[in-house]
Design a protein around this ligand. Structure first.
Ligand code: PGA
Ligand code: ZN
Length: 393
């Protein structure tokens, strides 16, 4: 039984206020914080300004939740929806909802003396997901940098999480060396990726050189991916970036060409968030050799994922708990995607805290990848937790 709930405003990695929740039962304690996005999807659950949302929740929401059974996650999350009364958490705020929902699960796990990933169904889990790391980036995460939002690495040949985490870090370091050698700047974007003033073509070249070098050194295969975050480039009729205007058709051809030229194994949001058909076309063309992942397209929403399944839009779904607001909804999205044979990727946001919960969710739900950056305190909180989880498995 939940005895006490605490809500407070804490700092996030961009210096903005965000919501932290604590749930206390007689013998359990859970704490979780809400992250926040910069290139958010239109259909995401809505956040409210933290201080205002917390004040309202203390008055109206918390009294409804105290007394509930923390072990009944579905019941707790239903109570959040019930108290909110809207379809997108715009009344209580998705930031308040997700922090409470995750804190509830952590309190229930803690009360039974079980690690969260085991509590959430990971009793038979044999391995952790591979980390998907952001190495070079721009878009909405850094100014005067690349147009494509994220240039990513996946240590596909790594045999364990520890090796994988350090492989990504080695690529990140190697890119810095190459940037310095070329006299380029070494500033970083919101997710800790290098944000040099270079064109996308140069970023591809740099990253593939870094990947080749580290791959040789460590003797494991490492692959590349991108998050185009194409909604940010879409003006309603064309994609405008790298100084070129591309129609949907041109954009599809460009992405397919990149997949083949750089052996990309992962492409997120290659098209704008409403283009299920265009996604289906890219998936038909390169889906046999590349994960085509929907982020803004699906916003972790079962209805949108269902629409994607009907359209054959993608073979991979990005999962961000704060896009939908509760752990139950998050689980349902993962479950639906997996039931259709799609890959799932548990993901951080560009604005993060040191909360490590997604490492547990990714392992418990057996997601293929955990997307959580490469360096920076709020990113390594998740990566180091992944290493600890692997030790427990
Ligand atoms: P966001 O970006 O957290 O700023 O929305 C991350 C992403 O697009 O994957
Ligand atoms: Zn994305």
């Amino acid at each position: 039984e939940i005895e006490r709930i605490v809500l407070r405003t804490i700092l996030d990695s961009r210096g903005n206020p965000t919501v932290e929740a604590e749930v206390y039962t007689c013998c359990g304690f859970g704490r979780a914080a809400a992250p926040s996005g910069a290139s958010t999807g239109t259909w995401e659950a809505k956040v409210r300004p933290p201080r205002e949302a917390i004040a309202a929740a203390r008055e109206n929401l918390v009294p409804e939740l105290v007394g509930l059974d923390a072990a009944d996650q579905v019941g707790f999350d239903y109570a959040l929806h019930d108290a909110d009364g809207t379809a997108d958490f715009s009344a209580i705020g998705a930031n308040v909802a997700v922090a409470l929902s995750l804190a509830c699960a952590k309190a229930a796990a803690n009360a039974t003396g079980t690690e969260l990933f085991r509590y959430l169904g990971g009793a038979f889990t044999q391995r952790t997901p591979l980390p998907l790391g952001n190495v070079i980036g721009g878009g909405a995460h850094a100014t005067n940098a690349t147009d494509i939002q994220e240039f990513l690495v996946i240590p596909t040949g790594a045999s364990c999480a520890e090796e994988a985490v350090f492989a990504n870090a080695a690529v990140h370091k190697k890119v810095k060396e190459l940037l310095i050698a070329e006299g380029k700047g070494c500033g970083k974007g919101d997710e800790g990726a290098w944000a040099p003033r270079i064109a996308d073509a140069e970023a591809f070249d740099l990253l593939s050189r870094a990947v080749d070098a580290v791959s040789d050194e460590l003797k494991i295969s490492i692959s590349m991916g991108i998050d185009v975050a194409a909604t940010e480039m879409w003006d309603g009729s064309a994609y405008t970036y790298t100084g070129i205007k591309r129609s949907t058709e041109d954009q599809i051809a460009y992405i397919a060409e990149l997949v083949d030229r750089y052996g990309l194994v992962y492409v997120e949001d290659p098209l704008q968030e409403e283009d299920f058909e265009g996604f289906a076309e890219i998936t038909a063309q390169v889906g046999d050799r590349c994960m085509i992942c929907g982020d803004d397209l699906y916003v972790t929403n079962v209805e949108r994922i269902t629409q994607g399944i009907e359209a054959g839009a993608s073979n991979c779904v990005l999962i961000k708990p704060n896009q939908i607001g509760t752990l139950t909804d998050t689980f349902e999205s993962v479950h639906l995607a997996k039931s259709q044979g799609m890959d799932t990727v548990m993901s951080h946001r560009s604005g993060e805290t040191t909360d490590e919960t997604i490492a547990h969710l990714a392992t418990a739900f057996e997601c293929r990848l955990l997307k959580t950056g490469v360096v920076g305190g709020e990113r390594i909180a998740k990566l180091n937790e992944l290493i600890r989880i692997e030790e427990m498995i």
